[in-house]
Design a protein around this ligand. Structure first.
Ligand code: NCD
Length: 321
């Protein structure tokens, strides 16, 4: 089984992952934090793009489940000598990888790895181009559910909640994965961005698009998710100046002060402070930025556990959700 896109998750499966993540979070308070289910399994982190928190998070999740972990970053490897994804996959197959966590600059790379028949391992998409980043959306949904329901979160969805997603949506795999997952869990999603940062096809998403940030914030949302301006993916000018962007589209101190006391402020990191988010908002007690990082480990433990622990080498690769 693979995890390639949140589009493939039905409501019950999504809730099951959140509930298992909750179990995993509870084990973090124990004296011995290591659990045995992936003993003897090999998890490979295959990172063709830079990453700090996602890579560390998967590494720590796999180790907490007692897997052997190999981390492979494309810089300094034969990939920079032109080795293809196929050759890399076949090398990893020869090493006996049970799961491959892949981040790649091409949208569709995780899908290709899962379906090209090069390797018989569970593939977990850790971000493919501007396409999807499913574990980020799962940890975001977990964070919203936990903040809202506390100890009574188990088994629940996000029915009727309002989530505003702001900024560089066109380049954001985090936004795409969140749109599908939040909608499946019953939340109302409200993207807001300058037209230049909205993707073609947004009209077909299960969302309500807004043109003005202040209109969206006036909805008294449960959560406001600020997205990073992804300058590394921008070849053209998508907005006049950084200052203008911060004024019109940023969660400034003034806008933050107008939010209701129960609105959580989210950001997947890394943050551009002073651009899409002010330090007043990022460092406030309504910010979930660090909780998102902590919850990320529990979510990745849950995903690895559900995909890898149950499967023996003979049945892995069979079927897909
Ligand atoms: C995101 C990513 O890489 O897609 N970051 C992350 O996984 N924590 C978002 C981003 O880079 O802005």
């Amino acid at each position: 089984m693979h995890l390639l896109s949140t589009r493939d998750l039905d409501r019950d499966t999504a809730i099951q992952i959140l509930d298992v993540a909750e179990d995993m979070a509870q084990t973090a308070d124990r004296e011995v934090r290591k659990l045995p289910p992936l003993r003897g399994k090999t998890v490979v982190n295959l990172f063709f793009e830079d990453s700090t928190r996602t890579r560390l998070s998967f590494e720590s999740a796999a180790k907490r489940l007692s897997a052997d972990v190999i981390t492979f970053s494309a810089k300094g490897s034969s990939v920079s000598k032109g080795e293809s994804l196929k050759d890399t996959a076949q090398t990893l197959a020869a090493m006996g990888a049970d799961a491959i966590v892949v981040r790649h600059h091409d949208s569709g790379a995780a899908h290709q790895l899962a379906h090209a028949g090069w390797i018989d391992a569970s593939i977990i998409n850790a971000g493919d181009g501007t396409h999807e980043h499913p574990t980020q959306a799962l940890l975001d949904a977990y964070t919203i559910r936990e903040r809202r329901f506390g100890h009574e979160a188990r088994g629940r969805d996000l029915e009727g909640m309002r989530v505003v997603i702001v900024g560089d949506i066109v380049h954001s795999r985090v936004a795409r994965s969140n749109v599908w997952l939040l909608a499946t869990l019953g939340a109302h999603v409200h993207p807001v961005a300058p037209r230049t940062l909205l993707p073609h096809g947004v009209d077909e998403w299960p969302v309500t698009v807004h043109e003005h940030l202040d209109d969206a914030l006036a909805l008294a949302p449960d959560a406001v998710m600020m997205l990073r301006i992804q300058s590394e993916r921008m070849r053209d000018a998508f907005f006049p100046t950084a200052r203008e962007y911060a004024r019109v589209w940023g969660l400034t101190a003034e806008r933050f002060a107008r939010l209701g006391p129960d609105t959580m402020v989210m950001h997947p990191g890394p943050m551009n402070r002073g651009l899409e988010i002010s330090s007043e908002a990022a460092d406030s007690d309504r910010s979930t930025v660090l909780a998102q990082v902590t919850n990320g480990v529990s979510i990745r433990m849950a995903v690895l556990y559900l995909l890898v622990a149950g499967s023996s080498t003979t049945d892995s690769g069979e079927g897909e959700r």
